[in-house]
Design a binder for this molecule. Sequence first.
Ligand code: NDP
Length: 382
Amino acid sequence: MRDELSRRAMLGLGAAALLSTRGGAQPGDGVGFAVVGLGKLSQGQILPAFRTCRSARLAALVSGHPEKAHRLAAEQKLPESAVYSYERFDRIAADPRIEAVYIVLPNFLHADYTIRALKAGKHVLCEKPMATSVADAERMVAAAKAANRKLMIAYRCQYEPLNLYGMRLMRRGALGRPRLVVTNMGRQSDLADPSDAWRLDMRMSGGGALADMGIYGINGARYLLNEEPVAVRAWAQTARRDPRFRSVEDLIAWEFRFPSGAISTGTTSFDQAGTMAWEVYGTRGKMVADPGCFYGGNRLAVSAGPGDGQPKIAEVDQFAREMDWMGDIVRGRAPMVSPGEEGLQDMRLIRAILESVARGGATVPTDFGYRRAVDPAKAVRA
Ligand code: NDP
């Protein structure tokens, strides 16, 4: 109890909040979510995840395909009145069942629907990348402030036990002084898959593999090192005659320099065998997470003297966990860990990487003045 009280004090949550929530969420207390966009992620991960949520519950579906939406609503035991089209979206303002909106649309639609949801008085959980441009991301952050509503970006790895374990080893200095973080995030892509077609279009995705998967490496290096890069250099290797890469780069490699002296190299591609892996090398030890950012089956190998081995780390439903976290934020039981500003920082870094690519690997400064307000390693329980 004392530990919990000091943790809460550190997070700025009062003892009253603790007392009112001991034992976790009460049945029926879950924050009602509208899920916007019923594609692969919503159907494969998000809708099923509500079954195990404590602080979030499914309240509505928003879709451009009424038949699909009504079928899924029936499966989820939602009334017909809980299905919205995009045209009727703004009417959610008058629906008290909906307290939060989960934006699971192609990237180019995130800003518009986030801002409309905020204007409707709802809190927003928005998928990564939060937008396709820095300007849109800034508009989203400003809209959340103006509406006095929460905007959380769905960085599931910041809530995932293996990544949290890695962060905590780093915070304890278990590897010595951090020198190098290596990230590689990529897979094969297929223009014939509608879910990939928009990802391979610069206007709709904001950056191909970089915006879709490379972002995990950018974000990962930042949360593992718990600092922000001051400069980046980047290169791309893109076969323009491959119809997949007419408007987006394929293989991009970048190198971030951090104030501590650490370096992070990252690579991403939509024409490689699938992986989401990261490695950290310190002066006294190393750790390898391969895979490190999948939905499940992640593995960590640590070589750090007494900490050697492959720690057994419990798996969780990462989507249930982040929806519960958002629910807890709305109920005043948890601090905001991955706010709009955190997504905006990655948008600025993506822009810097693409600028460096366009300038043949020139060094681009990246000290945008952002500092993480809440460290997931301290705030989120593994
Ligand atoms: P899909 O293409 O599979 O689904 C997107 C859905 O958005 C469509 O099915 C459609 O739903 C709706 N939509 C509305 N307008 C359009 C349009 N013009 N073109 C295409 N679809 C449209 O994408 P994903 O589900 O894979 O990805 C959605 C978001 O989730 C992306 O931002 C992505 O980056 C993110 N994501 C995050 C992951 C994570 O691990 N955090 C993993 C995978 C994706 P409807 O028919 O209902 O209107």
